[in-house]
Design a protein around this ligand. Sequence first.
Ligand code: NAP
Length: 275
Amino acid sequence: MLAGTNPASEVYVRNKIKTVATAGCRAELFRLDGSATLEQTLALVRTLNADEAIDAILVQSPLPEGMGTDAEQRVFDAIDPAKDVDGFHPYNVGLLVQKRPALVACTPLGCIELLEREGIPMKGKHAVVIGRSDIVGKPMAMLLLHRDATVTICHSRTAGLPAIAKTADILVAAVGRPGFVTPDFVKPGATVIDVGINTLTAEAEVTRLFPEGSRKRAAFAEKGSVLVGDVHPDVEQIAGAFTPVPGGVGPLTVAMVLRNTVTAAELRATGKAAN
Ligand code: NAP
C-alpha cells in the first residue's frame, strides 16, 4: 500500500514489486492519494486482511503527514498479524521477545542471515547494537540474544559510547548518521554491520568522509549525491568483516521480505498462522 507520492517511497515500492515478481509471487500495488484520510487507509487494510488471496501486506512508510501523528501505529496495528511480513505488529514483536518468532522485522533478520551465512560466531560473543528503534535496533538485539550473544544496546543518551562499542565482537550501527562509527569505535578484527542508509548531497560531507580519487567522490561529482552508511569508510582497514553501503544489508532486507511472505503463505495454508 502506498499513500501519497513521496519520491523515495515510489522507488522502494517499485523495487519491492519488481523483486517479488521476479521470485514468482504476485504483487499488487494499492495506491491512496496524498489527501486520503486515516479512515480510508484503515478501510483498505481491512479489505486486504479479509482477502483470502493475499498472504502479505506491506504499508510503505511514511504515511502522509495529514493523517496525523499516530497514523502509522494505527495502520500497522490494523494489519492482520498473519499477513504482517514487516514484522511490526505488537503481536509479532511479542512472539519475537518470547523466542517463538514467525514474522520478524526484515532488516535485523537480514543482518542475522549475513552473520550466519558468513559463519561468524554469535554464541558467547559481545554484540553492541547502536540504535534502539522498533524496526531495527530492538529486534536486532533480541535476535542476537536468542543466538546466545551478550548484547548491549546503545542510543543517543549512552555515556562513553565509543569505549563500549570498542568492546564489541559484533558491532551493528543503526543510527542514521553518516560515518558516525569511526575507527576508534571498533576493536581490530570485529565484525561491523552497517545498517545506515544516508544520502549525502553536501560536498563538504563527502570530502570529510572520502579521500580524493575515491569512487564515492567520483560518483558524487557525477550525480550530485551519494549513498553512505553509518560506518566511516576507514573502519574497513581494521574490521575483520564489514558490510558495504549500498549492497550490504539493503538487499538482504528485501530478500527477507520475500522469505517472510513465503513463511506467511505457508503458515496460513497449513492453518498455523496467528488468528
Ligand atoms: P531511527 O528510528 O531514527 O533510530 C535511530 C537510533 O539511533 C535511535 O535509537 C537513536 O537514539 C540512535 N542515535 C541517534 N543519534 C545517536 C547518537 N549521536 N549516538 C548514539 N545513538 C544515536 O532510525 P532507524 O529506523 O532505526 O534506522 C537507522 C538507520 O538505518 C537509518 O539510516 C535508516 O535509513 C537505515 N535503515 C536501513 C534499512 C535497510 O534496509 N538497510 C532499513 C531500515 C533502516 P534515541 O533512541 O536515543 O533517539
